[in-house]
Design a protein around this ligand. Structure first.
Ligand code: GRG
Ligand code: ZN
Length: 321
């Protein structure tokens, strides 16, 4: 994409406020420094990086102002890499952000996804067959965005997710797998999208999730673990989907996220004083959006896309279906 850095205003920020234009600058700078260490490590994740960076810009209200996108559809992590359902979702999300879903061969993409469903309702991530509730979420989310949920056995997909539910109310990767906030987001998100949230014990899961808030105000992903900004997404979106967000302190979490900013060069890290990255910058801003931080667009907790984008997907193009 083409960038106009001169369009970014220069502001000095105080601790305790969101350094919005620094973060815009940071996101844009990543695309420019394609061969530094972080970029090489992240190369296989470029499609996910595009989703994290571009969604953050949209939440900050800077998507249109900053760039035009020259986008060629592809569903691998990068050009020339193997396809995987993880990158397929990021590609679909990026196209949804730009209202360009029509460039897709929707039958081809939805056949690829439905071909990954197994007998027991689970989904594999690619032809190599690893099974994980992350892939159930991705399949359901992608097909819903493409209006093609009818291409898979939704009841069976729901049954598999329910079989990954634990006695503590949480969910794991596979049946019997330990509850983890990331997997909980995937399972609750997929159940929300398919209208099957009645399978969740909201009080039990809400209790487990709100116990993720630690003294500093941050959230961890499992008992006894360190807090990390990305759980502001995984935990908070789940709490919102089950109507239990008032069980944590929003003020303390806002403070924690703001304390993980690099106020000088932009970007957000997992914990205060760690190095920033695009993944935590996205989850920090998305978390603040869920917390209704002023000046940010609202984000949908199940689709992980701005509310206006989700509205456009399900209402604006009704006549096309
Ligand atoms: C559209 C937002 C969105 C996601 C797509 C890929 C995916 C669907 C979801 C991933 C869910 C997941 C498993 C997130 C957890 C990521 C993470 C921080 C893992 C680290 O786990 P550990 O055990 O670290 O290494 P902890 O924090 O427990 O010490
Ligand atoms: Zn993290």
């Amino acid at each position: 994409y083409h960038i106009r850095p001169e369009a970014i205003p220069k502001t000095r920020y105080l601790m305790g406020e969101l350094a919005a234009d620094k973060h815009v600058k940071y996101i844009i700078s990543i695309e420019k420094k394609k061969d530094n260490f972080e970029s090489v490590v992240m190369e296989h994740l470029r499609m996910n990086g595009a989703y994290w960076g571009l969604t953050t810009l949209d939440l900050l209200g800077k998507l249109d102002a900053m760039m035009e996108v020259l986008f060629v559809g592809g569903f691998a992590g990068n050009i020339g890499h193997d396809p995987h359902i993880l990158y397929t979702l990021s590609a679909v999300q990026v196209l949804a952000l730009f209202d360009k879903l029509d460039v897709l061969d929707i039958d081809k993409v939805s056949n690829y996804i439905s071909g990954l469903q197994n007998e027991d309702g689970s989904f594999s991530g690619d032809i190599w067959g690893e099974v994980d509730t992350r892939f159930s979420y991705i399949a359901v989310c992608c097909l819903s965005i493409l209006h093609r949920l009818d291409k898979v056995d939704v009841d069976n997909a729901v049954n598999y997710i329910v079989s990954c539910k634990n006695l503590d109310g949480g969910f794991g990767c596979t049946p019997g797998g330990e509850s983890h906030a990331g997997q909980i987001f995937c399972c609750v998100g997929a159940l929300a999208i398919t209208g099957a949230l009645h399978h969740v014990d909201k009080d039990l899961l809400g209790w487990w999730l709100c116990e993720r808030q630690v003294k500093s105000g941050g959230l961890n992903g499992r008992p006894e673990k360190l807090p990390d900004v990305c759980y502001s997404w995984w935990v908070l979106s789940s709490l919102i989907m089950i109507d239990r967000v008032h069980w944590i302190s929003k003020e303390k979490l806002v403070k924690y996220i703001l304390g993980c900013q690099d106020l000088e060069n932009g970007g957000i890290s997992d914990r205060p004083d760690d190095a920033v990255d695009i993944f935590h910058t996205y989850f920090g801003v998305a978390g603040l959006s869920l917390l209704e931080y002023p000046g940010l667009k609202a984000i949908d907790p199940a689709y992980a896309l701005p509310d206006d984008v989700v509205k456009r997907i399900f209402f604006a193009h009704r006549h096309c279906r």
